[in-house]
Ligand binder design. Structure first.
Ligand code: SAM
Ligand code: SF4
Length: 511
């Protein structure tokens, strides 16, 4: 059990709301009261650059810079790409560059994961969310450790997942101590696989939870948290305040925007940023994301490990997802993801099952590096619905758009020449934070990605796949191994040794 003696406890919701936020941990990262989300600069970029016609010569210079350096662009450069993306010929060039960058940094693999909702008690009142306090329609529950084990038996034992995003409402009863215990439970559960009886387990637990103080983050670091994700929802302060009532903890914009600075100070050095697209002008959000990434790089020399692109989806007891004036269509969504890939070239891009299959399929080549499948976001949904694609508005935060199973997804990706990766090696061999930034920018990490994708895909095919899917996967692996032999001839025998050991039943071998 993790040592949680440094974590503060709160007697009730009122105590939590009043005392949870530590002002000194905000002020430290806003020196002189100046916020790194410079709204005046963002608005100038939109008005003076993004809304004016782009010069194709300048656009190509920016694309060349992005591809050759893999460094985060300046907001002014991102604004040029926003303007250019409205022109179909220039957008085609942007998309082609994004595809090359994705290939250089991450190769042709997509990492898969599953969301696992732990609790939906919440002390906040976010107007777009089914979990908000006061939504009497929502059925509330907190997973016990025994119930969590049942969920893991489906996720790791039947579906074959090895990577989770654990999701929590914000509540004094599901504090950091609870989060730490759930993470440990996930890592400790070993479940036999259906085809071979070999034990499978969750090897990486990423967390999506409310912003935390530094001492709490240190505890999560100790129990082996993967990426810590916090979505800003909207960077526009006025809109933020409209969506998140002042009485709520989440109503504090500065506590949320400084959350990753605290993570990096605490040593939680894989951080995942995100915006809830559809609440505000997407150009404002994307430019603010660039400013956020650049401020983290300035303080810590570490940028976002991932960017997520949740879009507003229908949720129980709210009309915001249908009535917001800023909802975006699929074409705009593709522009956003493409510009993000070009603007923060080294980052992982996560597109969740909120999206329809059609929308996700469009993004596989260009920007996306991670997706979830066989997802169920009802609390205790995996064990209650025996892995059926079942949804219930009153038991979940919002409705999912893509209900494809892992088998369907693996085959769809294979048809497109994309390998499904279950790799979780990065953080377990210290390739996180600043250490991974360099490897990503130079394309070195992409090579590890490819090899680890092959090894973990082999595991999944043998342990979990149907005969038909295994046959499809075998062909893809043959092709990938031939590729590795060609571009890494000296290293190839070592790779083959690990591959053959995996075929014989050894597990969790990685580079
Ligand atoms: N409760 C914590 C918080 O808000 O920081 C943890 C995250 S919450 C359980 C997960 C995320 O779901 C939110 O950050 C938000 O971006 C997203 N979300 C909430 N309502 C949504 C909706 N109606 N459609 C799509 N995503 C939504
Ligand atoms: Fe609570 Fe998070 Fe939903 Fe807001 S988005 S109501 S904080 S669960």
């Amino acid at each position: 059990m993790a040592d949680c003696s440094s974590i503060r406890k709160f007697k009730d919701a009122a105590d939590y709301r009043k005392n949870f936020i530590i002002q000194g941990e905000i002020d430290k990262y806003l020196p002189g009261g100046r916020h790194f989300i410079d709204e005046a600069l963002i608005n100038r970029c939109i008005k003076e650059i993004a809304e004016k016609p782009a010069d194709p010569v300048q656009v190509r210079e920016i694309l060349a810079k992005s591809e050759s350096t893999c460094e985060t662009l300046l907001p002014e450069e991102t604004a040029v790409l926003m303007s250019a993306s409205a022109d179909s010929a220039l957008f085609a060039e942007m998309r082609a560059t994004a595809e090359r960058i994705k290939k250089k940094v991450y190769d042709n693999r997509i990492v898969v994961f599953a969301p696992l909702y732990m609790s939906n008690l919440c002390v906040n009142g976010c107007k777009y969310c089914g979990f908000r306090e006061g939504n009497a329609l929502q059925k509330r529950r907190v997973l016990t450790m025994d119930e969590l084990k049942e969920e893991l038996d489906v996720l790791a034992g039947r579906i074959g997942h090895k990577r989770l995003i654990a999701v929590y409402g914000e509540h004094q009863t599901t504090s950091t101590e609870y989060i730490a215990e759930t993470i440990e439970t996930c890592y400790n559960r070993k479940v036999p696989a259906p085809n071979t009886g070999r034990l499978n387990s969750i090897r990486r637990v990423n967390v999506n939870a409310a912003p935390l103080p530094i001492d709490d983050l240190r505890v999560l670091k100790k129990v082996g948290i993967g990426t810590f994700q916090v979505f800003q929802e909207t960077y526009n302060r006025k809109l933020y305040e409209e969506m998140h009532p002042a009485w709520s903890v989440k109503g504090n914009y500065d506590w949320r925007t400084t959350c990753f600075h605290r993570c990096l100070e605490a040593g939680v050095d894989d951080v995942g940023l995100g915006v809830l697209y559809g609440l505000c002008d997407w150009r404002f959000e994307l430019l603010a994301t660039i400013l956020h990434a650049r401020d983290l790089e300035r303080w810590f020399n570490i940028g976002p490990h991932t960017l997520s692109f949740p879009r507003l989806e229908p949720a129980s007891g709210t009309k915001v997802p249908e009535e917001s004036p800023w909802l975006i269509d699929d074409d705009t969504f593709e522009r956003i993801v493409t510009i993000a890939r070009l603007s923060v070239p080294y980052t992982g891009i996560i597109i969740t099952a909120r999206e329809s299959p059609k929308s996700r399929n469009r993004l596989i080549g260009g920007g996306m590096t991670q997706l979830d499948c066989s997802s169920n976001i009802a609390i205790k949904g995996y064990s209650d619905f025996a892995n059926e694609a079942h949804q219930e508005k009153e038991r979940q935060q919002f409705m999912l758009g893509d209900n494809r199973s892992i088998e369907e997804m693996v085959r769809y990706l294979a048809d497109r020449g994309t390998i499904t990766s279950f790799c979780t090696a990065g953080y377990r061999c210290g390739r996180t934070g600043g250490c991974i930034m360099d490897a990503l920018k130079t394309g070195r990490e992409g090579k590890f990605c490819k090899i680890n994708a092959v090894l973990t895909f082999r595991e999944w095919l043998d342990d979990f796949a149907s005969d038909e899917t295994r046959a499809i996967g075998d062909k893809l692996i043959e092709k990938e191994l031939a590729g590795i032999k060609e571009w890494l001839p000296k290293f190839y025998p070592t790779v083959m040794k690990q591959y053959e050991a995996t075929c014989r039943g050894e597990r969790d071998l990685f580079f």
